[in-house]
Design a protein. Structure first.
Length: 443
C-alpha cells in the first residue's frame, strides 16, 4: 500500500484488525477512483459511438444511392467523428497513466489496444466510401466492427465496479448502449434498402434479427435500471418518430421486396430521431453513474478519515451495522428453483434476503453481449457474400437479356419461388452457369 498503516494517538502500532480495515478502505477508494476515471472515458466514448453510428447510416444511404445522395450530410458526419476521435484517442492513449494497475487490467487494456487499432483504420475506410469502392453492407460491417471495439472498452468498465448499486447501473447502461447500437445497425441496413428501392431476403432477415435484438437488450436494461429510468426510457420513445419507424420497418418486412415508395432520407430522419431519444437516456445514465461514483467515493474517503481519527467503526459492534453483509448463494438443486429464482447476491438486512444479480452473472451477461457483436459481424459477412452473388447475377441478366435492375431481380425472385429455393441459390446458379459458358465468342 502507498499509505502507511495508521497508528493510534498513543503512537503504538495499529492492531491487526484496524490495520486490515484501513487497507480495505484504501482498496475501496482506489477502485472508486479508477471507476471515476473510466466513467469519464465512457462518456466520451459514448459520444464518439453515437457519431459513428450516424456516419455509418449516412454512408450506407450514400453508397446505396450510387453516390447520388447524402454526400453533404456524410461530409458533416465525418467531420464530427474526426473531432470526437481526437478526444477519445487522447483519453485512450493516456488511460494507463491514470489508472495504473487494475484487477481486470489485462482485459481492459487489451480492449483499449483493439479500439485504437480500429480507429487507425477509420480514414482508410472513409477514403474507400468517398471513392465508391465499397458496397453498402461492406461499409456497415466496417463501421460496426469499429463501434464494437469501442463498446468493448465500455463493457469492461463493469469489472471495476464492486459496489452492487454501481454494478447494476453499469449493466443497465451497457444494455442501453447495446440496444441503441442495434437500432443504429437497423438504420444503416434499412437505409441502404430504401435508397436502392428494393429489399432482398437477406436484408429482411437481418432487419427482423435486429428488431428482436433491440427488444432483448432493452428488456435487460429495464431489469437492471431504476424504475425512474425505465419510465424515462419509455417516455423518450413515445414520440411520433418511433411510430414512423415501426410503419416503415413493417413496409420493408411485409412488402413484395420494394421500398414501398419510402426514401432513404425519410427513413434516416425518423430513425435518427428515435435513436437520439435513446441517446438522451444514455446521457442521463452516464451522469447518474458519475454522480453515484462521486457520492460513494466521498463517503469512502470520509470513512478513512474517521478511521484514522479513531472515531470510525472499531469492531466492537458498530461495524456490524455499518455495512450490509453480502454473500453469494448458489442453490444445490437448480431444478428446485422457480424461473424467477436465479442464483444471486443476497443482502442480509435483518428482515429477509433481497435478491440481486451476482457480479458473476453480470460478467457473464457482458460476455454474451460481446459474443452478440461477434455473431452480428459474422452474419454481416455472410450476407455480404450473398449480396455480391445476387448483384453479379443481376448484372449478368441485365447484360444478356437487356433487363433493368428491378426486372432482373424480379425474374430471380420469381424463379426462386417457383423452384422453392432461396434467391441466393438462384443467383449462384446463374453465376456458375455464366462461368462455365464463358464470354460469347465473336464471329
Amino acid at each position: 500500500m502507498d499509505n502507511p498503516p495508521a497508528r493510534p494517538a498513543t503512537g503504538e502500532p495499529a492492531a491487526p484488525a484496524a490495520r486490515f480495515l484501513r487497507s480495505a478502505l484504501l482498496c475501496r477508494i482506489r477502485d472508486l477512483e479508477q471507476l471515476a476515471i473510466v466513467s469519464e472515458l465512457v462518456r466520451d466514448a459514448g459520444e464518439l459511438i453515437h457519431a459513428l453510428q450516424k456516419e455509418r447510416g449516412a454512408s450506407s444511404i450514400h453508397l446505396g444511392s450510387g453516390g447520388e445522395r447524402f454526400a453533404d450530410r456524410l461530409a458533416r458526419r465525418t467531420a464530427e467523428c474526426r473531432a470526437l476521435e481526437r478526444v477519445v484517442r487522447d483519453r485512450l492513449e493516456r488511460v494507463d497513466e491514470r489508472l495504473g494497475r487494475m484487477s481486470s487490467g489485462a482485459r481492459f487494456y487489451s480492449r483499449v489496444a483493439f479500439a485504437l487499432m480500429a480507429l487507425d483504420k477509420a480514414d482508410g475506410l472513409r477514403a474507400r466510401i468517398t471513392a465508391g469502392a465499397l458496397a453498402p453492407l461492406d461499409a456497415v460491417s466496417a463501421f460496426t466492427d469499429m463501434i464494437g471495439r469501442l463498446m468493448a472498452v465500455i463493457f469492461e468498465a463493469a469489472d471495476i465496479a464492486a459496489d452492487p448499486a454501481m454494478s447494476r447501473a453499469l449493466v443497465a447502461l451497457v444494455n442501453a448502449i447495446q440496444g441503441k447500437e442495434y437500432a443504429g445497425q437497423e438504420r444503416a441496413t434499412a437505409g441502404a434498402g430504401f435508397s436502392r428501392g428494393v429489399f432482398e431476403d437477406a436484408d429482411r432477415r437481418r432487419l427482423r434479427d435486429l428488431a428482436a435484438a433491440q427488444n432483448r437488450a432493452f428488456r435487460v436494461f429495464a431489469e437492471f435500471a431504476e424504475p425512474a429510468w425505465v419510465a424515462r426510457f419509455h417516455a423518450a420513445l413515445a414520440i411520433p418518430a418511433s411510430a414512423a419507424v415501426e410503419r416503415m420497418r413493417a413496409a420493408a418486412l411485409t412488402g413484395d421486396g420494394s421500398a414501398a415508395g419510402i426514401s432513404g432520407e425519410e427513413w434516416y430522419e425518423q430513425a435518427t430521431l428515435r435513436i437520439d431519444a435513446m441517446k438522451a437516456v444514455e446521457d442521463g445514465l452516464v451522469d447518474e453513474l458519475c454522480r453515484l461514483c462521486a457520492v460513494t467515493l466521498t463517503a469512502a474517503r470520509r470513512d478513512l478519515e474517521r478511521h484514522d481519527a479513531g472515531t470510525g467503526p472499531d469492531g466492537a459492534g458498530e461495524a456490524d451495522t455499518a455495512t450490509p453483509v453480502a454473500m453469494l448463494v448458489m442453490d444445490a438443486d437448480p431444478a428446485a428453483r422457480g424461473p424467477e429464482d436465479t442464483p444471486g447476491l443476497y443482502t442480509l438486512d435483518g428482515i429477509r434476503p433481497r435478491l440481486m444479480r451476482s457480479v458473476v452473472d453480470l460478467m457473464h451477461a457482458q460476455s454474451r453481449l460481446l459474443q452478440d457483436v461477434s455473431s452480428q459481424l459474422e452474419s454481416a459477412r455472410t450476407e455480404l457474400h450473398e449480396r455480391k452473388q445476387i448483384d453479379r447475377a443481376k448484372g449478368l441478366l441485365m447484360s444478356s437479356r437487356g433487363l433493368s435492375e428491378r426486372d432482373a431481380y424480379a425474374l430471380m425472385r420469381k424463379t426462386a419461388m417457383n423452384q422453392n429455393k432461396r434467391i441466393v441459390q438462384v443467383a449462384e446458379a446463374i453465376v456458375s452457369m455464366a462461368e462455365i459458358l464463358g464470354p460469347p465468342r465473336c464471329g
